[in-house]
Design a protein around this ligand. Structure first.
Ligand code: HAM
Length: 384
């Protein structure tokens, strides 16, 4: 949940918005500076080094999910505590892994019946070819310095890539005509990029609707990226709507103290995925209620209900006992509101006869009388 601050400063990058403005950083009692994780990749790489995962078959494929923290201006789709699901494949620099990772992200989104999304890809080169590109960018933007926003003016010398990312209309126009990173790739990055494109085209047999565009303004907001970067977002919205973003980070592990090791991955924002699923009325997981709610009338029935519930739970049945001291009607209402499959009714009459009434709540089946033993009730609930 938190890491040494230094990990993000070195990994995510000193000049990024995340490190400059968005981290929740505090000192612990020993005087060490810690930061609530703003993202997952740096921590996964730290763990890869710390636990000697280079000794396992490469690439090591990992996933993670949980809360992440960014001090951003809260608005629709942008939270200070967000939930991510992410994957990383560490230890293989081949373009096949790039496309495997992209494919996994695309198929996940499709599996939720989210449609109308687009994939944007770009290559931002590596430490060999990027310096020349950054010089060209600086030179270009210096010629347009009066036309870009104040923020961009300040960022130009420190972080020229960020200017391409600016969401302001006037800056986007200037960014559109800026030099493209793909025109500056060294031979190795160029060969990698061409392979990624060819492999991506090969996915179209499986995903005919996989429309991707090459977007030279896609640079991502974290400094660790090299070569391939990508994002998936809904077509119709702009701004805070990116569902999933990722890319290759071949220099990160070395940067944080490991031996040079390539890696690639993505993270998706679960909060945004959930709201997209809802707005598209896509896959909504069924609400899973208990198998049975035990409805009980009288003190003796309450004791019996509790003992039966323990036995049924031990047998793997999901069971609730309706709240005590309420009328039969109120307890039945409760059973329905819990989305239970059955109500098992125990009153004086049932205690006397030794049989309870098992009433189906979700279909029209008949009520049946069942002996009040764990074995028989469990069997009846399992459909036997
Ligand atoms: P990221 O683009 O910063 O990448 O975040 C990934 C996703 O998290 C975004 O596309 C978005 O859906 C969600 N997200 C980010 N910030 C917020 C927020 N404030 N509120 C709600 N959702 C948000 C990373 O974090 C990289 N670690 C991804 C990666 C993994 N690259 C390589 N491996």
């Amino acid at each position: 949940m938190f890491e040494p601050t230094d990990l993000f400063e070195r990994g995510v990058g000193d000049a990024t918005d995340i490190v400059q403005k968005e981290m929740y950083t505090f000192e612990d009692h020993g005087g060490d500076s810690l930061t609530l994780r703003p993202e997952g990749t740096a921590g996964v790489c730290r763990a890869y080094i710390e636990h000697g995962l280079h000794n396992q078959p490469q690439p090591v494929r990992m996933y993670y999910t949980g809360p992440y923290f960014r001090y951003e201006r809260p608005q629709a789709g942008r939270f200070r505590q967000l939930r991510q699901f992410g994957i990383e494949a560490i230890g293989d620099g081949s373009p096949n892994v790039d496309v495997e990772v992209i494919e996994l992200g695309w198929s996940y989104i499709r599996s939720l019946n989210i449609t109308g999304t687009t994939l944007r890809v770009n290559s931002i080169g590596d430490s060999e070819c990027r310096p020349a590109y950054l010089d060209a960018l600086r030179e270009y933007y210096r010629g347009h310095i009066d036309e870009v926003c104040d923020d961009d003016r300040q960022r130009l010398e420190r972080a020229p890539l960020r200017l391409l990312d600016c969401k302001k209309t006037q800056c986007q126009r200037i960014g559109d005509a800026a030099p493209k990173s793909t025109d500056f790739l060294c031979d190795d990055c160029e060969a990698h990029w061409i392979s990624v494109i060819v492999l991506l085209d090969g996915l179209k047999d499986t995903y005919p609707d996989l429309v991707y565009s090459i977007d030279h303004r896609l640079v991502r907001g974290l400094d660790y990226y090299t070569r391939t970067v990508f994002e998936i977002e809904p077509e119709r919205t702009a701004g805070q709507s990116t569902l999933l973003g990722g890319g290759r980070y071949d220099g990160l592990i070395e940067e944080i103290g490991g031996v040079p090791t390539p890696g690639i991955g993505f993270a998706l924002g679960l909060d945004r995925i959930i709201s997209e699923v809802k707005s598209q009325k896509g896959f909504v997981p069924p609400e899973i209620g208990p198998d049975v709610v035990i409805v009980h009338l009288g003190d003796e029935a309450r004791l019996r209900a509790s003992a039966l519930a323990a036995g049924l739970r031990d047998d793997g049945i999901k069971v609730l006992v309706a709240p005590a001291g309420r009328s039969m009607r109120a307890q039945m209402r409760y059973s329905n509101s819990m989305n239970a499959r059955y109500a098992l009714i125990i009153g004086d009459r049932e205690l006397e006869s030794g049989e309870g009434s098992l009433r189906p709540l979700q279909d029209d089946g008949d009520q049946s009388e069942v002996p009040l033993t764990v074995e028989v009730i469990a069997k009846a609930l399992r459909g036997g």
